[in-house]
Design a protein around this ligand. Sequence first.
Ligand SMILES: *[C@@H]1O[C@H](CO)[C@@H](O)[C@H](O)[C@H]1NC(C)=O
Ligand SMILES: *[C@@H]1O[C@H](CO)[C@@H](O)[C@H](O)[C@H]1NC(C)=O
Ligand SMILES: *[C@@H]1O[C@H](CO)[C@@H](O)[C@H](O)[C@H]1NC(C)=O
Ligand SMILES: *[C@@H]1O[C@H](CO)[C@@H](O)[C@H](O)[C@H]1NC(C)=O
Ligand SMILES: *[C@@H]1O[C@H](CO)[C@@H](O)[C@H](O)[C@H]1NC(C)=O
Ligand SMILES: *[C@@H]1O[C@H](CO)[C@@H](O)[C@H](O)[C@H]1NC(C)=O
Ligand SMILES: *[C@@H]1O[C@H](CO)[C@@H](O)[C@H](O)[C@H]1NC(C)=O
Length: 667
Amino acid sequence: MLLNKLSLALLPFGTNAAILKPRLDDGVAGTPPMGWNTYNHYSCSPNEKIVRSNAKALVDLGLKKLGYRYVTTDCGWTVANRLANGSLTWNETLFPSGFPALGEYIHGLGLLFGVYEDAGIKTCTTGIEQAGSLDHEEQDAATFMSWNVDSLKYDNCYSDETTGYPNTNYAPSISPRLRYANMTKALAAQSRKVLFQICEWGLDFPALWAPSLGHTWRIGNDIIPAWRSIFRTLNQAVPQTSFAGRGQWPDLDMLEVGNNVFTTPEEQTHFSMWAILKSPLVIGAALKDDLTQISGASLSVLSNKDVIAFNQDSLGQSASLRRRWTEQAYEVWSGPLSGGRTVVALINWANEARDLTLNLPDVGLQTAGTAKDIWKGKTVSNVKTSYSSSVEAHGVMLLELRDTTPAGVYPSSKFGIRNGNTITFNSIYANTTSTNHTVSIVFSSAATTTGSLQLQSSSDTKSISIPVGKSAKSVSSPLSLVAGSLNEITIQSTTSIDSIRIESPSSTYYPCTSFTLSGSAALAKCGTGFCLPVGSKIGYIDGKSTARASVHATVSTLGTTNATSKYLEVDFINNDIALATSWGFGSNTRNMTITLNGGDPVRLEVPLTGRHSELFGPGLGWWDSSTMGIVVDGWKNGDNEVIIGNVAAGNVFQSYGADFVGLRLYN
Ligand SMILES: *[C@@H]1O[C@H](CO)[C@@H](O)[C@H](O)[C@H]1NC(C)=O
Ligand SMILES: *[C@@H]1O[C@H](CO)[C@@H](O)[C@H](O)[C@H]1NC(C)=O
Ligand SMILES: *[C@@H]1O[C@H](CO)[C@@H](O)[C@H](O)[C@H]1NC(C)=O
Ligand SMILES: *[C@@H]1O[C@H](CO)[C@@H](O)[C@H](O)[C@H]1NC(C)=O
Ligand SMILES: *[C@@H]1O[C@H](CO)[C@@H](O)[C@H](O)[C@H]1NC(C)=O
Ligand SMILES: *[C@@H]1O[C@H](CO)[C@@H](O)[C@H](O)[C@H]1NC(C)=O
Ligand SMILES: *[C@@H]1O[C@H](CO)[C@@H](O)[C@H](O)[C@H]1NC(C)=O
């Protein structure tokens, strides 16, 4: 039996044009805010000494100079009872000098003063009850203003009236939006602008409404001091990356760098991803207090100027997930930077260091004049098609690419090796094995001679004629190429060749409605304009091998090689959001397996796709589809049986697999 190989690309998420919703267009947060916050290290037990010594450390350690400016005291600073006149006040045991004095101290260091409150009747707390701002928005905003506050992080505990104000309710019957809007209004009535950080844990898909109310919004539940929460958070970020933009930043939560919970490669991955997804960068470690200080290794992660510059880049566009290889345990994200540059991150999810290869076509590129490997601290020139490097366990290959060219175009000057009338191009990439790729040969000047030229790839030979009596600028031919980046093309021609271009073959679409179902799998119709491009989906694919959807696909383009990898794209849906499960093993993913011709199932673990509210939106976000590209081995010319399932391999967290909309097979 052939060993199935699988890779996965994510397409519609990759569109770079930000979907800019009306936003708080007040000039605050032109780039993602950076700072320090008490919570990740000190929980809800801050005090004046802690905040002062960490604020001072921001300056002393050079972090202020790098852009970390907001110093925020999180939960635990206030008390249960308001003053007689209704104003909020601080806990005098913890903050004997008072909040206004704390603000003065912070401002005196050239930093900004951040406070925390809650859109409920009490703040989140791990200890004593403390007053929330619900129904006191105007007075609290005025109080903060009188203390010269610069930012407000606004939490969501004890906020749901209809269920009697429990600590958390992840499925309230009323959107949190109106409570946040009341604080927006109260802050807007003040004389100075305040950075407003919406922290309602991603309920009701805030990407659609938070930009008009605040400058940042939390995309999901809290980060926890465990490596698995990085994967969980990234899977939730996937359908939201296009919402990032000037003045509106998706908040992946505060950093755990420096809290001695991650290895250095893990800290590099965490920091790199938060930076390129344009999250606020808020340090959550003890920089310096009476007991501890941050390690040199963690400080150097937080101080990396290139990574900070990616986050603060003037273009303000987030990177997006481009391709995921589930079984090979790595994935690729990329995004545009100002100056025509591109940032790419390849994450090694495996528990060991490995050599990994980035194929530039996976991020839409063919060459890069230079690639700066950020964490390796080296720059290489003239990168063609691929870049390989060792990547630590849970580490990241983070690259800044300059002077790039788009995928599919191979200039002779870069790729061609001449020998008389023969020119050989190597490092030719194809994402599928097919006899039906189109190769276009572009001449340096119009070929006026007539005749034929010889075209040869590792798996094919073609003779192409230049049309008689015409001057041809280019000629095209189908050509066989094998999936991967190792194809070589040789051309014999008396006319000088400028470049060659490669196009993928055409595709055939197999909608879910054409699949045969068994077991618990069930077809459902979606609302008009949803479950694109089919309008229906197959759900309830449970972990038993009997629940599945199958179809027969005819293939005729494998040619005579023994290569059997074909590229296909799966349209799927997952809106299984990890809320209560985020403290444990919730990952925001679902599995899908593809079994070809009775071979071993290959597994994709797909991220969230929902781009509407899980509480009130159409289909509760379960009608929003996305696409991933995968390469599956084991195809044959003639009839092939494809089974979409969710064949359990080991312990599964969620027994239902991703919903399936359809698949597109590249001929
Ligand atoms: C202030 O904080 C201290 C230490 O956590 C606590 O013991 C005390 O009860 C708090 N005071 C009030 C009024 O909440
Ligand atoms: C309430 O009382 C405190 C303490 O005296 C004072 O600082 C604050 O300005 C008062 N607030 C209002 C709204 O009068
Ligand atoms: C918002 O404020 C208005 C006016 O104070 C109040 O009537 C309304 O109940 C508030 N809405 C929420 C959801 O708190
Ligand atoms: C693979 O080929 C298809 C068809 O041209 C294209 O749409 C897709 O972007 C390619 N994917 C990758 C990862 O190169
Ligand atoms: C067939 O596969 C083997 C092993 O992967 C390889 O060495 C050989 O070159 C292949 N033959 C052709 C015709 O591609
Ligand atoms: C997906 O499958 C893998 C391997 O069996 C499993 O570890 C993981 O928990 C599954 N994911 C979910 C969301 O069930
Ligand atoms: C191969 O490509 C040609 C030209 O695009 C197309 O007409 C033909 O249908 C393709 N063959 C297959 C099997 O897809």
